[in-house]
Design a protein around this ligand. Structure first.
Ligand SMILES: *Cc1c(COP(=O)(O)O)cnc(C)c1O
Length: 410
């Protein structure tokens, strides 16, 4: 792995991303929807092409060379993730189709562990995929879902969290970073307090993994989820980290090939980790590309990425706030490069549509987090989310674009 460079060479970086050369409606693409999905560098695209061109084969079962090469590459990718996230064991990294799949796997796994009277704690700023599976689990088991509230800046009210924790709390789940607001939540404090109360913790890392290095052993978290497509990898692949003890206790999520030790019509015994949770032919190429994406980010270096993105965010915040009537939702002291905003009297969708005509990709709506929008009593926001391949020039284009949109709509 190359030494992290001391600064970010933005010209070289942008050359890595072929899509950034596209034009949209005759204008250069300004891609500011990174919190929805990130773009893919040529280095990762090459890995995908190489897989299908040279060693596409099913893994684990084969004695032939291609199958062995594919197996080695897939398991190497798992080890890359283990090292990067500092998991104790490679088999604590389960390949899934993404964060949604990972959370559903855990929610299903806990079905047999819960009874009426048990409590689950969820934060007020979750993505729907970290709310709905738990509601389904509560319906099945009779457990109750309680909500850790947030304040107007978009920060969790930690006093209430500590008050809500009690001997009936079994599980706490929270995102590391909010996709709608950018808030970085105090997960260290959450994990420590939950453990002291005897509860397990699942952290949704879909929005943190692209922006910061995460040390799972230092966090001592029970479960952590990541989607590859938000860290410059492909869609349809992600990971669930689970502590070995939990993964051993939880039953398999799906039955099928690859996840068994022995099958007879009388009884089936399950395979060891990680195979127990990876039924069927997995997204082999996706897993390998996920590893390559993490390697790519590490070559740039997360310290460099964080510093650069913080600088972009500070600049964008200042420039956007110069627009009359513009309000930013999510002003936490600790946040990543996500800016959710509205302009007084204008529907976010209308701004988004006009920005697209100018080649600018932002997201509008609820960002799969309706409870946050209900809290602010708004229909949604315009969300600009920045990555290390964005530039200040692009932010200027955004700011001018919003100004023009506002003029046209007022
Ligand atoms: C994107 C996202 C998810 C869902 O991830 P998928 O890749 O769609 O499964 C969950 N939580 C957060 C915070 C997200 O940003």
């Amino acid at each position: 792995m190359a030494e992290a460079k001391s600064g970010l060479d933005i010209t070289t970086i942008r050359e890595d991303f072929p899509i950034l050369k596209r034009e949209i409606h005759g204008r250069p693409l300004v891609y500011l929807d990174n919190a929805a999905t990130s773009q893919t560098p040529q280095q990762v695209i090459d890995v995908i092409v190489d897989y299908y061109s040279r060693y596409n084969a099913n893994i684990h079962r084969g004695v032939h060379t291609l199958s062995q090469e594919a197996t080695v590459a897939y398991e190497n990718a798992r080890q890359t993730l283990q090292r990067h996230f500092n998991a104790r064991k490679a088999y604590e990294i389960i390949f899934t189709s993404g964060t949604t799949h990972s959370i559903n796997l855990v929610a299903n796994g806990f079905t047999g562990f819960l009874k009426k009277g048990d409590e689950l704690l969820v934060s007020a700023m979750e993505h729907h995929s970290n709310i709905v599976p738990w509601q389904m689990l509560c319906e099945k088991t009779g457990a109750t879902l309680k909500v850790i509230p947030m304040n107007t800046r978009g920060e969790l009210v930690m006093e209430t969290f500590h008050d809500l924790l009690n001997e009936n709390t079994r599980l706490v789940f929270c995102n590391h970073v909010s996709n709608a607001l950018g808030t970085i939540n105090p997960i260290e404090e959450i994990i420590e307090a939950a453990h002291a109360a005897g509860a397990a913790v699942l952290i949704d890392g879909a929005q943190s993994a692209p922006h910061m290095k995460v040390d799972l052993q230092a966090l001592d978290v029970d479960f952590y989820t990541v989607s590859a497509h938000k860290v410059c990898g492909p869609t349809g692949i992600g990971m669930l980290y689970g502590k070995e003890e939990w993964l051993n206790r939880m039953p398999p999520y799906q039955g099928g090939g690859e996840m068994i030790a022995e099958v007879t019509f009388e009884k089936t015994t399950y395979a060891d980790l990680p195979n127990k949770f990876e039924a069927g032919t997995p997204n082999i190429c996706g897993g390998i590309a996920f590893g390559a994406a993490i390697d790519y980010l590490n070559e740039i270096g997360f310290e460099v990425i964080e510093a650069y993105e913080n600088d972009l965010m500070a600049y964008a915040t200042e420039q956007l706030l110069s627009i009359e009537g513009l309000k930013i939702y999510g002003t936490a002291e600790n946040k990543t490069s996500v800016i959710s905003f509205n302009v007084e009297g204008i529907h976010p969708y209308d701004i988004g549509t006009l920005l697209d005509k100018m080649g600018i990709a932002v997201r509008t709506g609820q960002h799969c987090a309706q409870p946050i929008m209900d809290y602010y009593q708004i229909p949604g926001t315009v969300r600009a989310s920045f990555s290390f391949y964005n530039t200040k020039e692009e932010i200027n284009v955004l700011v001018e674009g919003v100004k023009r949109a506002v003029q046209m709509l007022q």
